[in-house]
Ligand binder design. Structure first.
Ligand code: NDP
Ligand code: GDR
Length: 357
């Protein structure tokens, strides 16, 4: 019997969950997402694709659940009967994981185990072969062992978050080998977009740039500017997740651009985009330092390029431009002719033209 193309996503309200949902809907899937109950709505990133479930032909459905609640995960699996499961749910902020280590490990590490256990039983009971994607992270490489990092570079995690991701990585691999589950680990390097959470460094910077241009912010407080990251574009990266699950064999893949930049370079590029000098605005605040830092990430995605036919489509400069422009537009800083602030030479002129002051 052929199964309906039905996918289940944990973390559907996050950056990646929203892009992956769009991508899967475009591919003809029925998409089910797990959301957490919150006192205010947290579905901003998927509101544009959500439809009243009472309507005919709706293909996006949301279910309340949590990775810390195994009973509910099992029930949702039984109800939805997915053929693909993407485990993107996580307390995903590295700095915050030092403040809330127990919760982070519960959701990220044990949460993955709960899901794998649910899949193991579900698969055995129904005979439905599930394909499982685990959202692994370049943070697992941590303290530099070798660069560029590949699928075989040893892990040396440097935060509660990264330790939990390493645990989830090995559990995923073990369930693949022990129970014949089609389970893949993606080892994704940092990927960003206009939908990136506002407390991650790239979005924090691009939002500050827009707010400074609009005259709504004067200073930007930052932590370590020397760390180097391999930053890609989130839309490219969710496609790689799907590609992994379409192969004949389940394997693990590094997804990265192969280019690295310091946080300072991101600042230079983002402020430079609106002809500002970042040094005039940025100040140091030790609050944003981590007890242990990951200094250098640069990934080698040769395996994904060869086996999945995947490659990044957006360069570092383009990524910064996309994000700055989106945040400028978000504040209404768009010219009447539809052009964004980029075309203007002078910041004062931007403010004057846009009436932002
Ligand atoms: P986000 O932080 O944007 O989204 C995380 C999602 O997980 C949100 O939907 C959040 O829900 C949900 N979530 C948080 N805690 C729980 C929980 N206890 N149970 C169920 N769901 C929960 O992350 P991204 O979209 O950026 O990343 C997606 C995944 O990929 C994460 O696992 C992340 O760790 C991993 N990753 C991300 C990279 C990146 O550069 N973006 C790189 C490598 C890995 P809510 O909206 O309610 O908070
Ligand atoms: P990261 O992303 O820790 O790499 O994890 P983040 O953007 O938080 O930090 C990147 C680097 O910037 C430095 N930094 C600051 N970071 C933040 N958030 N705020 C600041 O003010 C600041 N100043 C300097 C950090 O020290 C760090 O070196 C992201 C998350 O999405 C993870 O979930 C994911 O697994 C990894 O990327 C790959």
């Amino acid at each position: 019997m052929t199964q309906k193309k039905r996918a289940l996503i944990t973390g559907i309200t996050g950056q990646d969950g929203s892009y992956l949902s769009e991508f899967l809907l475009d591919q003809g899937y029925e998409v089910h997402g797990i959301i957490r109950r919150t006192s205010t709505f947290n579905t901003d990133r998927i509101d544009h694709i959500y439809e009243d479930p009472h309507k005919e032909g709706v293909r996006l459905f949301l279910h309340y659940g949590d990775l810390t609640d195994g009973t509910t995960l099992r029930r949702i699996l039984e109800e939805v009967q997915p053929i693909e499961i993407y485990n993107l749910g996580a307390q995903s902020h590295v700095r915050v994981s030092f403040d809330s280590p127990e919760y982070t490990v519960d959701a990220v590490g044990v949460g993955t185990l709960r899901l794998l256990e649910a899949i193991r039983d579900y698969q055995r009971r129904t005979g439905i072969q599930v394909r499982f994607y685990q959202a692994g992270s370049s943070e697992m490489f941590g303290l530099v062992q070798a660069v560029p990092q590949t699928e075989t570079t040893p892990f040396y995690p440097r935060s509660p978050y990264a330790c939990a991701k390493v645990y989830a990585h090995w559990q995923t691999l073990n369930y693949r080998e022990s129970y014949d589950i089609f389970a893949c680990n993606g080892i994704l390097f940092n990927h960003e977009s206009p939908r990136r959470g506002e407390t991650f460094v790239t979005r924090k910077i691009t939002m500050a740039v827009a707010r400074i241009v609009a005259g709504r912010q004067k200073k930007l407080y930052m932590g370590n500017l020397d760390s180097k990251r391999d930053w890609g574009y989130a839309k490219d990266y969710v496609k790689a997740m799907w590609l992994m699950l379409q192969q004949d064999k389940p394997e693990d893949y590094v997804i990265a651009t192969g280019e690295t930049h310091t946080v300072q370079e991101f600042l230079e590029q983002a402020f430079g985009y609106v002809n500002l000098n970042w040094e005039d605005y940025v100040e140091f605040d030790e609050r944003y330092l981590r007890p242990a830092e990951v200094d250098l990430l640069i990934g080698d995605s040769t395996k994904a390029q060869q086996k999945l036919g995947w490659k990044p489509s957006i360069t570092f400069d383009q990524l910064v431009a996309i994000m700055v422009e989106a945040d400028l537009q978000g504040l209404g800083l768009t010219l009447p002719n539809g052009k964004v602030a980029k075309v203007l030479k002078d910041n004062a002129m931007i403010r004057q033209e846009l009436g932002a002051l």
